[in-house]
Design a protein around this ligand. Structure first.
Ligand SMILES: NC(=O)c1ccc[n+]([C@@H]2O[C@H](COP(=O)([O-])OP(=O)(O)OC[C@H]3O[C@@H](n4cnc5c(N)ncnc54)[C@H](OP(=O)(O)O)[C@@H]3O)[C@@H](O)[C@H]2O)c1
Length: 288
């Protein structure tokens, strides 16, 4: 079924990882897709990949922390495909793993500027296009921290930014509940991407991140699984349902992962490779 026929979707951070998975899924469902990221070479590779799969795709470099660049991204989408129906604030970053007091201020601020300021910028630009038309779907990515009432130690920058993302998105949805625009918070669960595999850590915290390999083996998915959920969110199936917080990692999936792992052990099948690329933060970077 072609769920997004004649729709135009903007996906920030659509150049790799989950964002590229969402772009591919939306394009396969009939949408024209506009992707953006900071790296020009990654952008070009992603557009070539999308086009090779038959997608109507375009893109531009954009750092979401800069409002002018996000406004230019919105204008680029309208110039290229005539309108914006769907906007996914997917671009996101994490800081090195470790105590908040040992994280360089610059790394902490990068997370704030991308995961908070970037989501604010993207939401404002998207709503400026959507509210006058009384239609559209705005999807903001949340994640670890958005459901944790007790806080998340050693991942404070990321987790607190995602808690903010949840509150910000659901507040926006409430403020605009009669607007005709669907506003959703989307937690994709664990996704096997660079963000998960490439982990920077504060010296002395290397062993503490190792259990993530087991967690990934149990519950990480390829981007196409959460992308299907993002497709559902962007489709007419969610008309009139603004304000949803959708989690891919449900209790059923948690149980499914445990059962799969038990079966793998019983049958003696080799474990899939979930090795992490753990990089220790240089001591001098801890000060900057
Ligand atoms: N992977 C997971 O398990 C997981 C779980 C829950 C939630 N999420 C959320 O899902 C989203 C995508 O994560 P991912 O795992 O796919 O990450 P990823 O593989 O690291 O990809 C991140 C994407 O965002 C772009 N990006 C980063 N900072 C940007 C900025 N300031 N401006 C514009 N683009 C920027 C990157 O391109 P450039 O580097 O070229 O800019 C890249 O395209 C994030 O919001 C993340 O928090 C992921």
């Amino acid at each position: 079924m072609v769920l997004l026929e004649n729709k135009v979707a903007v996906i920030t951070g659509g150049t790799r990882g989950l964002g590229l998975g969402i772009a591919q899924t939306y394009a396969a469902a009939g949408a024209a897709v506009v992707i953006a990221g900071r790296s020009k070479s990654t952008l070009d590779t992603a557009i070539a990949e999308l086009e090779a799969n038959g997608a109507r795709a375009a893109g531009t470099t954009c750092d979401v922390s800069d409002l002018e660049q996000v406004e230019a991204l919105g204008a680029f989408a309208v110039e290229t495909f005539g309108k914006i129906d769907i906007w996914v604030n997917n671009a996101g970053l994490s800081a090195p793993y470790g105590p908040t007091t040992a994280i360089p201020a610059s790394a902490f601020m990068r997370v704030v500027n991308t995961n908070i300021v970037g989501v604010y910028n993207g939401s404002m630009v998207a709503l400026r296009h959507m509210l006058p038309n009384r239609s559209g779907k705005l999807i903001n990515l949340v994640g670890r921290g958005s459901n944790d009432r007790d806080g998340v130690k050693f991942q404070n920058a990321y987790a607190s930014s995602k808690a903010w993302g949840r509150s910000f998105t659901l507040s926006l949805a409430r403020e605009n509940e009669d607007s005709g625009v669907g506003i959703f918070a989307f937690n994709p669960g664990l996704v096997d991407t660079d963000m998960l595999r490439q982990v920077e850590v504060v010296p002395g915290f290397e062993e503490r991140v190792k259990p993530l390999e087991t967690v990934m083996r149990l519950w990480a998915n390829e981007p196409d699984l959460p992308a299907q959920k993002a497709l559902w969110l962007a489709s007419s199936a969610t008309d009139g349902k603004s304000g949803l917080l959708v989690n891919v990692l449900t209790g059923q999936r948690v149980m499914g992962g445990l059962l799969r792992e038990a079966l793998r052990r019983i049958t003696g099948k080799p474990a899939p490779d979930m090795s992490l690329d753990i990089r220790t933060l240089a001591p001098e970077r801890q000060q900057s």
